[in-house]
Write a new protein. Structure first.
Length: 532
């Protein structure tokens, strides 16, 4: 009792002046929930779209101000601070990834807000709980499901917290905050309701298993290091020779993160979810979730397990090779465009893991050479923008029954919609890594850092996988331009300004980052290193 009486309470310090961009996102998400409860139904669509877009733009501007004001730590590489008693790390890479996630979020809102089905409503189901084919679903057919915008904001807020987590507990909470809204969004397709609900259920169940692995890994690492703080874990790794708990816990944590990025053998959910989810949700997930998960993975393995690189890098060699091979081989035999792009995304996960293999300490890096962190962040920019634009184009190809993602239904698209077919061909060529596109520069960057780290066998597999992947990309181009349209061919709907803007910006970035990649590479380099 005496000890309790003499104890003094230390007020925690929270850097609200640096955390306000993420607080804007969460505040807007809560306001969006309030809009659903207060405003009449006919006012909700416009209010939610304006609130969501406005909050994302304000937060993006705020990230620029916060990044500019980050203090230097004096070693010339790291800049940043801990925003909430060590639980949130605000450094250059976090700011870069915050901005990237917000850009993808803006693109996602533009696609979410597109109205193109009968009755002038969006592609989201009017009532999520309505069973397909029932009277309840028919009554809800003309309703607008505007709850998707707060869900999108909560997911973006979770992603921002995920990439800036300073300890394992915060990272787990962020993982759940970003995942739960995505589970719901995947099951809200207005058409193909059973397929969409099946996709959401698979994503939820497998995601729950992966979260369980992650949480068990957190417990093991805490038992090993006596702390969940990344800096303390790194010190324990450097000073403790018995690494049994470390290796097991590291493997458990890797399962949770590799599931989110869609790496083999944890990739089984991706084709079903990408195909069943509304295409706008698929576009956002493919870009933003991968950026957030790789950002968290880089922070965890660089900051917490940086001293144990020789322990986890062999595991990453195997997973990177397996992921590239599985993604490429299975994409070769797909007849559905969304499933083909899903397996393509798996292959690109392998390419990104190739860049992670080049992760080394600052002392081991050659001055002036491109770093692993810089290469992976640049690849996330190029891949995310290309994928966002590609799925936006997929949403435009329709017939009287809705979206048509069967590749054969795209026959002759280049003849009756040459602009749309040309833009989609550009995105496919960029994914294949053709020179003068952003994909080529991104692959060159990650392959270079992997080679400099001695991972040449993985790079050889990556180059061969890239060459094989060109086949299924070119096959789609052949179908669009060299097959004659017939009565079964789909047509292209005229996109609104919203979708056209998302596609146009993605296409322009794909070309610009292929021709002039320097500014974004320099920005990634300026971001510096993670703080410990």
């Amino acid at each position: 009792m005496i000890a309790l009486a003499d104890a003094t309470f230390v007020r925690p310090h929270i850097a609200y002046g640096s955390l306000w961009p993420i607080l804007v996102i969460y505040g807007a998400a809560c306001a969006g929930v309030g809009i659903e409860a207060v405003l009449p139904r006919e006012w909700r669509y416009l209010s939610q779209v304006l609130l969501t877009l406005g909050s994302l733009v304000v937060a993006l501007i705020g990230v620029g101000f916060v990044a500019h004001a980050l203090p230097s730590l004096g070693d010339g590489a790291a800049r940043g601070l801990f925003g909430s008693e060590g639980t949130i790390a605000l450094d250059g890479p976090a700011m870069f990834l915050w901005g990237l996630v917000l850009v993808f979020g803006i693109g996602g809102v533009l696609l979410f807000a597109e109205r193109r089905v009968e009755g002038g409503v969006t592609v989201f189901a009017g009532q999520a709980a309505a069973l397909p084919g029932t009277e309840t679903e028919r009554r809800a057919s003309g309703l607008e499901h505007t709850e998707v915008y707060p869900l999108l904001l909560f997911a973006i807020g979770g992603m921002m917290l995920f990439v800036s987590s300073g300890d394992l507990l915060t990272m787990f909470v962020a993982l759940e905050v970003l995942s739960l809204p995505l589970y719901l969004l995947c099951g809200l397709a207005r058409r193909r309701r059973l397929l969409s609900q099946e996709a959401a259920m698979k994503y939820f169940l497998l995601g729950a298993f992966s979260s369980g692995f992650f949480l068990y890994g957190v417990a093991l690492i805490y038992g090993y290091a006596g702390s969940m703080d990344f800096g303390a874990i790194n010190e324990a790794v450097a000073n403790n020779s018995d690494q049994t708990l470390l290796v097991i816990g590291m493997g458990m944590l890797a399962v949770g993160l590799l599931f989110k990025v869609g790496a083999a053998p944890f990739q089984a959910w991706m084709p079903d979810v990408y195909q069943g989810a509304p295409t706008a949700v698929t576009a956002f997930m493919a870009a933003a979730t991968k950026a957030a998960a790789f950002g968290a993975m880089l922070r965890l393995f660089y900051v917490a397990f940086g001293s144990a690189r020789w322990t986890w890098q062999p595991m990453m060699w195997v997973i990177a090779i397996l992921t590239m091979v599985v993604g490429t081989v299975l994409a070769l035999v797909q007849s559905d465009m969304k499933r083909m792009l899903a397996y393509s995304s798996i292959a690109h996960t392998g390419f990104l893991l190739t860049g992670v293999l080049g992760l080394r300490s600052v002392a081991d890096q050659n001055p002036g050479a491109i770093t692993s962190l810089q290469a992976v962040m640049f690849y996330l920019v190029t891949y995310g923008l290309t994928t966002l634009g590609a799925f936006a184009v997929v949403a435009l190809v329709r017939d009287s029954a809705g979206e048509q993602s069967t590749i054969q239904r795209w026959s002759g698209l280049g003849k009756h919609s040459p602009v749309v077919a040309g833009v989609f061909a550009l995105f496919l060529l960029a994914m294949a890594g053709i020179p003068l596109t952003s994909g080529f520069t991104g692959k060159w960057a990650v392959f270079e850092v992997a080679l400099s780290a001695g991972a040449w066998p993985v790079v050889i597999v990556a180059v061969l996988a890239s060459a094989a992947a060109a086949f299924f990309y070119v096959r789609v181009i052949v179908v669009m331009y060299f097959h004659e349209p017939d009565s079964e061919s789909a047509y292209v709907t005229h996109p609104s300004v919203l979708s056209a803007s998302a596609i146009g910006v993605s296409a322009a970035a794909t070309i610009a980052l292929g021709l002039v990649p320097g500014p974004v590479l320099d920005l990634a380099s300026t971001a510096g290193q993670f703080i410990r």
